[in-house]
Design a protein around this ligand. Sequence first.
Ligand code: C5P
Length: 224
Amino acid sequence: MKKQLIFIACDTPNRKKVKEIIQKTQNSNLNFGYKFGLEFLNSKNGRKFVANLKNIITFGDYKLADIPNTCASTIKAVKDLKFNYLTIHISSGIEAMKAAKKVSGKTKLIGVSILTSLNNKSLKEIGFDKNIKKIITNQAKLAAKAKLDAIVCSPHEIKIVKKFFKKEIITPGIRLHGDLKGDQKRVTTPKQAFKDGATAIVIGRSLVKGNIKKNIQKLVKDLK
Ligand code: C5P
């Protein structure tokens, strides 16, 4: 059986810290990938560091949310980084997703649905008058129509997404037992996320804060 894929969110502008994260996680028995967000990719040495990575699964979390031409041009501009995965907000619309998919080549294009830091109250504040479940249902259908390769959603929405989207489902909003939610609102444990049907999870602070090796042991225990 293919091992469960676990993306580590390398959320820091510090190249040394990212090096440490990769070194301390690479030889474990778990199947790790590494997610680089805007913080690292826009840091002084971040882009160059990612360009030199070899033999690891990489995820460029650009969370593109723009017009079709800009989304497609951006993907072309980072082609040299050879990401295995790259994100675009589904709320960019079908045309932007199609334009992005047209140029993404071997890089798997992931549609980001409603952020895991938002809840129904936050959506109302933005001006959305439908609840999370309804919006996610629409977004899953739209991502399927645009032939995206994966969806990022909260673990709480995996079951709905699965009904309409048949490819990879990646869930952030993961906490090891006892860890604080922080700014995340819709969270669960790694084991529960995989049980509900996630094909991959994203885990940041629960794994990289404090003692990484000890956190991995905690993760292994959770997954049993
Ligand atoms: O530290 P924590 O595990 O909460 O980090 C979650 C990671 O997943 C962050 O890098 C965040 O940008 C990303 N993410 C998210 N919610 C989404 C999409 C991505 O938390 N909907």
